[in-house]
Ligand binder design. Structure first.
Ligand code: UDX
Ligand code: ADP
Length: 468
């Protein structure tokens, strides 16, 4: 069916839906884009006049919102009406790992996707293209199709409905989302209806070179996203595993990464050693891949990918042991500054942030944490730590959030840099060190400090992958 897209609805105003729809609205002024969400607070935050109050922090997003919101970009809780008006609907809702039942800890909980599909089936009118935007297990499109067909075939539906389901995974990385969306490496569209694929490709072709728009079948598209994330995470576990070897042998992981990455076949990106990967995708997607492989009896394959997760956990445990060792085997009642709580720089997202596990362990060892992050709000930090710590640790005053870096570092026994925020790279560690309780240690897990440029060569600095 030939489809001229004039009205888009996106279900889910999260880290993926919000920025993606903003960039579509910005590049397609003739299309009305309605982003809907069941969470009224989130919608209100998207509609806040003050751009600083948007629910997510993403460089460049504010300007686009200012330009498009109220013109062709709208955020609302009016799900039914916006679905019924839409020619094309993106599903961009939560897809967390199941926490109980069969597949707990590995399989994706498709509750929100199913719910969205049922709502679409109920309220959509005429021919509607339904696009999976969230990362989903392979074959989910089949489930969406079945729900759409079964529900729309129900009695009492007075108008004709027809659906085409496409997979169009999002490859944006937080902190770079707007750049990734404006200048994507590729756009991937999977489906079996040529006209619908053409209609979706037509939207992207308004600003993306058509050579970058790849089309394939549904299952290859769904799987490509999982596999791309697994490959990226694998690089991080590879470099982190080697960071330990560098520390023992006196080599420097940064130099090794440059030398290794100079080979075009390997490439220079994604070779930064650190406290392990976080974020909403890598752990979830690899766990899901492991679950799928086990389901199909590919046990050797699932074991291979399990190791990528194991190394990530090991890297974080290793860091705790190093901190303890350097601080004379005990951190009980010692003041430790935590610099950075988000899972990477330029985002306020803390999902699966290495900081959560590392802070938990330091608190359990009795340390007093003073946590500073330029964008993560204090409530989020409290929520994340209370979620992972046993109740007995909640009542004690074992962590506090700081408005200023000095508040965290003054008189501290150690500072642990966990996120590579730009402002940490500019810190004067000679001055900060003077204000710390000696002998103080700085654990620079992201290698933000250029040690060679420090005036005082006697500051105790430990960096991931730097052997002496
Ligand atoms: C990732 C994928 O990059 C993106 O394509 C997909 O759509 C969603 O998942 P994201 O999780 O937002 O994006 O960020 P990414 O830049 O991939 O970083 C993930 C984690 O790996 C972060 O904790 C980051 O600090 C860490 N990382 C990344 C490293 O430790 N070293 C690196 O060299 C790169
Ligand atoms: P992502 O990082 O994939 O964007 P988020 O958790 O940031 O994930 O966002 C998902 C959004 O989807 C949330 O704001 C949530 O309220 C919304 N959502 C979940 N289920 C539905 C639904 N059935 N209808 C509308 N919005 C939904």
């Amino acid at each position: 069916m030939n489809q001229d897209i004039k009205n888009i609805c996106c279900i889910g105003a999260g880290y993926v839906g919000g920025p993606t729809m903003s960039v579509i609205a910005s590049n397609c002024p003739n299309i009305q884009v309605n982003v809907v969400d069941i969470n009224p607070e989130r919608v209100a935050a998207w509609n806040d006049r003050d751009i600083a109050n948007l629910p997510i922090y993403e460089p460049g997003l504010g300007q686009i919102i200012k330009k498009c919101r109220g013109y062709n970009l709208h955020f609302s809780t009016n799900i039914e009406e916006n679905i019924s008006k839409a020619d094309l609907i993106f599903i961009s809702v939560n897809t967390p790992t199941k926490t109980s039942g069969i597949g707990a800890g590995q399989a994706i909980d498709l509750k929100w996707v199913e719910e969205s599909s049922r709502t679409i089936a109920k309220y959509a009118k005429g021919f509607t293209i339904v696009v999976e935007k969230s990362t989903l297990p392979v074959k989910t499109a089949q489930k969406i199709k079945e729900i759409l067909q079964a529900t729309s075939a129900n009695k009492g539906v007075s108008f004709e409905k027809k659906f085409s389901v496409l997979s169009n995974p999002e490859f944006l990385a937080e902190g770079n989302a707007i750049k990734n969306l404006e200048e994507p490496d590729r756009i991937l569209i999977g489906g079996d209806d040529e006209e619908s694929i053409k209609a979706l490709a037509g939207i992207y072709s308004k600003w993306v070179d058509v050579k970058k728009i790849l089309t394939t079948d549904l299952w290859s598209s769904e799987l490509s996203k999982l596999i791309a994330n697994a490959f990226l995470a694998q690089r991080i576990s590879s470099i982190n595993s080697m960071s330990a070897l560098c520390e023992i042998t006196g080599a420097h992981i940064k130099d090794v990464a440059v030398a290794v990455g100079a080979d075009k076949r390997i490439g220079k990106y994604f070779l930064n050693a650190g406290p392990g990967f976080g974020g909403s995708c890598f752990k979830k997607d690899i766990s899901n891949l492991i679950y799928i492989c086990n389901h199909y009896g590919l046990y050797e394959v699932s074991e291979y990918w399990q190791k990528v997760l194991d190394i990530n956990n090991w890297q974080q445990r290793r860091l705790i042991e190093i901190i303890l060792k350097k601080l004379f085997g005990t951190i009980s009642e010692k003041k430790i500054a935590i610099l950075g709580f988000s899972f990477k720089a330029d985002t306020n997202d803390t999902r699966e942030s290495p900081a959560i596990f590392i802070c938990k362990k330091l608190i359990e060892e009795g340390a007093n944490l003073y946590i500073y992050d330029p964008k993560v709000n204090n409530n989020q930090i409290d929520y994340d730590l209370k979620r992972v710590l046993e109740k007995s640790f909640h009542e004690k005053d074992l962590w506090q959030c700081c408005e200023l870096i000095e508040e965290a570092t003054n008189n501290a026994d150690a500072a642990v840099i966990l996120t590579e925020w730009d402002e940490f790279k500019k810190l004067n560690w000679n001055d900060i060190n003077k204000m710390m309780r000696q002998p103080a240690w700085i654990f620079d897990t992201r290698s933000t400090i250029e040690i060679k440029k420090l005036a005082n060569k006697n500051i105790n600095i430990w960096q991931t992958g730097f052997g002496n």
